[in-house]
Write a protein that binds this ligand. Structure first.
Ligand SMILES: Nc1ncnc2c1ncn2[C@@H]1O[C@H](COP(=O)(O)OP(=O)(O)OP(=O)(O)O)[C@@H](O)[C@H]1O
Ligand SMILES: O=P(O)(O)OC[C@H]1O[C@H](OP(=O)(O)OP(=O)(O)O)[C@H](O)[C@@H]1O
Ligand SMILES: [Mg+2]
Length: 281
């Protein structure tokens, strides 16, 4: 049975549950349920704090887990990324009062508050800056105002939290993060995990692509195929109309309107776009 760790709360919780549900795994019935046994898929889902997930997977007690790249870097656990999941995108950055700092070098001898002490300490060591790391559990943006730190290092997504407390990012981004599927470094990928990966890839493809159908005169087919090459070549079928063919092809969702315009310009008609509900590529 596959043993999988899923974030039980926080920024990744909703999206992680949605992608697993779309991949056909049993959702939990309420937010207090900590373990879901999904007999039909031969899988146990353990709802854990995102910060702890890399630790469980690294120790080998769980086969795989969903967490943020920044959290697994912070944990130092022996885990590897198997798949990026297309949500939870954020950047891990330094911030301070506007106009006070320009680069990480300005932190020499100062205090930096963060809830990612492992990640920050490694970055300071790599950049050869001697600063004191103040480890806090969350809401680190307030630490400067309360006099506990001179700067902070935290997750930034929209930047709203920083703006609200009057802080500004400075220096290079420390890390770009997103939600990832992880397994223990070097561990064998069992059947359950292979199936999970294939299903998640299917969901990601179904989200990324649309299905496009259109009719076009047979002599323009090569131009049309250049615009909609599909995954392994589009399906071209005869149309019950002399000199015309029907084409069906997967097209990237992003930019599909431009593709429709270009198809129209070369004479395609009856261009239909539909969502893909599920797929295996
Ligand atoms: N506002 C956000 N937008 C996108 N991703 C985020 C955001 N905040 C955190 N994350 C990402 O989500 C992951 C989990 O962080 P989260 O803040 O949910 O955990 P936590 O701080 O341990 O939990 P909590 O905030 O509930 O105490 C991290 O990888 C982080 O990069
Ligand atoms: O740039 P933004 O869109 O404002 O998002 C970033 C904020 O989101 C996270 O906070 P969270 O809600 O997880 O609280 P926490 O600091 O207590 O973890 C993170 O720690 C930042 O504070
Ligand atoms: Mg948080």
């Amino acid at each position: 049975m596959l043993r999988l760790a899923v974030p039980n709360k926080g920024a990744l919780n909703d999206a992680a549950q949605t992608i697993l549900k779309e991949a056909g795994y049993r959702p939990r019935s309420d937010s207090k349920e900590l373990v879901v046994v999904d007999e039909a898929n031969s899988c146990e889902l353990f709802f854990l704090r995102p910060r702890d997930i890399a630790v469980y997977v690294g120790e080998g007690t769980l086969d795989a887990g969903i967490t943020g790249r920044d959290m697994l870097a912070d944990s130092g656990a022996s885990v590897e990324e198997i798949l990026t999941l297309g949500f939870g995108a954020s950047t891990f950055r330094l911030a301070a009062k506007p106009g006070t700092m320009d680069s990480v070098k300005d932190l020499e001898g100062l205090r930096v508050a963060t809830s990612y002490a492992g990640l920050l300490s490694r970055y300071l060591a790599d950049t050869k800056v001697d600063a004191r790391v103040i480890k806090l559990d969350g809401a680190v943006e307030t630490a400067i105002r309360l006099g506990v730190a001179d700067a902070i290092a935290d997750v930034v997504q929209t930047g709203t939290t920083l703006r609200n407390v009057g802080l500004e990012v400075f220096g290079e981004p420390i890390m770009k993060s997103e939600a990832v599927l992880i397994k223990r470094e070097g561990a064998e990928e069992g059947n359950g995990l292979t199936q999970l990966i294939r299903r998640l890839q299917g969901v990601l493809h179904a989200r990324d692509f649309v299905m496009m159908d259109y009719d076009i005169r047979a002599e323009r087919i090569e131009e049309a195929i250049a615009l909609t090459p599909g995954m392994e070549g589009p399906t071209v079928s005869p149309l019950h109309r002399e000199g015309w063919v029907a084409v069906r092809s997967m097209v990237r969702r992003k930019g599909h309107q431009q593709v429709m315009d270009q198809l129209w310009d070369i004479g395609a008609r009856a261009i239909l776009v539909t969502d893909i509900y599920a797929c295996r590529i």
